[in-house]
Design a protein around this ligand. Sequence first.
Ligand code: URA
Length: 204
Amino acid sequence: MPIGRDEAALPQTIAEAREAAEECRACPLWEPATQTVFGKGPDDAPVIFVGEQPGDQEDIAGEPFIGPAGKVFDQALAAAGIDRRQAYVTNAVKHFKFEPRGKRRIHAKPTMGEVKICRWWLNQERRLVRPKLIVALGATAAAAVLGKTVTIKATRSTLIDVDADTRLLVTVHPSYILRLPDAAAKARETEAFEADMALVLRTV
Ligand code: URA
């Protein structure tokens, strides 16, 4: 019997979870997407970074955070001295949700219902990787980890206990920095994001 979203047959490894998630049909997002984009990184990583959902490039490549937001993320990690290869990187929602516009596919925000459905996979990743720290990149990721809506303003840069062994750090999504039109605001927010990444390094 294939391992799926069945409490009686929980995946035993990240590789099993990844394989099972390829067949996930629990919400309609799988259909227009190219593929499931599952988390990537060591299955004993001390930290899990959680984004919102794969973007256009991630959907095609099948890997999280390799497009423009991934570049901002990589730069902040490098500035803080974090080796991404030692982290597990995933998303709250594992399929790209988009609106077709001509030849382009425009990112569409997942609903809380979709986040809740996909949370099953995030919970498997948390159970199997057992990280010391989870970093929520943006409000959707924070909601997926906590199971309730929170604001970035109220939660950012503080360490929140989520269970006996795991803490959560909420920060902004790298796309937020990308979208800032003003160079000064961009520089200020980049610095704040890098400071959060430095806190990650001090925590794990
Ligand atoms: N944005 C995300 O939240 N995740 C990705 O993997 C890429 C862009």
